[in-house]
Design a protein around this ligand. Structure first.
Ligand code: SF4
Length: 183
């Protein structure tokens, strides 16, 4: 069973060295999708978690307003070490609150996800200056997906979500990663 706790933060925004990005925003620590290849497990070291990756989720609560001034003209990626649309976002709505602060801010927002919950926020995306939703997808075989990304949305759910976003005029893309070899 997943252990969920709320943790206070004074800032959601972090500077990054990721190529083509200036800042990252991760509304949660941990990720319940529990992908077997997850690269983000190193976050345990920085946050004193001893649980198995995927068995805990810290919901980041920031009482201050987001300092969006520094994001003007910058590229911001949401969801680099968590999925900002993991299923607990439905209850906590942290990602939605962050996006509400980013409305009309002239920055380039990129959201990475494996969850169809992202379609909940279409109304916000439509008001944003520049936003792109990227779905990670590396197979069309949902049995393989279940083995590797057990708690993420199914492939057909992701494709349906993509269609909804496209119909609403939202820029979308697919990140083909990670690639597995048949051997
Ligand atoms: S969605 Fe991303 S952060 Fe979450 S478990 Fe999968 S690879 Fe890790």
């Amino acid at each position: 069973m997943i252990k969920i706790k709320k943790v206070l933060t004074n800032n959601y925004i972090s500077k990054t060295k990721i190529p083509d990005a200036d800042y990252v925003i991760n509304p949660y620590i941990g990720c319940p999708h529990k992908c077997i290849y997850c690269y983000a497990e190193f976050m345990k070291k920085f946050t004193n978690h001893t649980e198995t990756w995927g068995d805990f989720l810290d919901v980041k609560i920031c009482p201050q307003l987001l300092n969006v001034k520094k994001l003007i003209g910058k590229r911001v990626v949401i969801g680099t070490v968590t999925d900002a649309y993991n299923k607990y976002e439905e209850k906590y709505r942290i990602t939605r609150k962050i996006l509400e602060s980013l409305l009309y801010v002239n920055s380039e927002i990129s959201i990475l996800t494996k969850s169809n919950l992202v379609t909940r926020d279409v109304d916000l995306f439509k008001k944003m200056t520049k936003v792109e939703i990227t779905f990670s997808m590396n197979t069309l075989d949902d049995n393989f997906r279940k083995d590797t990304e057990p708690f993420a949305s199914s492939i057909s759910e992701r494709i349906e979500a993509l269609k909804i976003l496209v119909k609403n005029g939202i820029k979308t893309s697919i990140f083909l990663s990670p690639m597995f070899s048949p051997e």
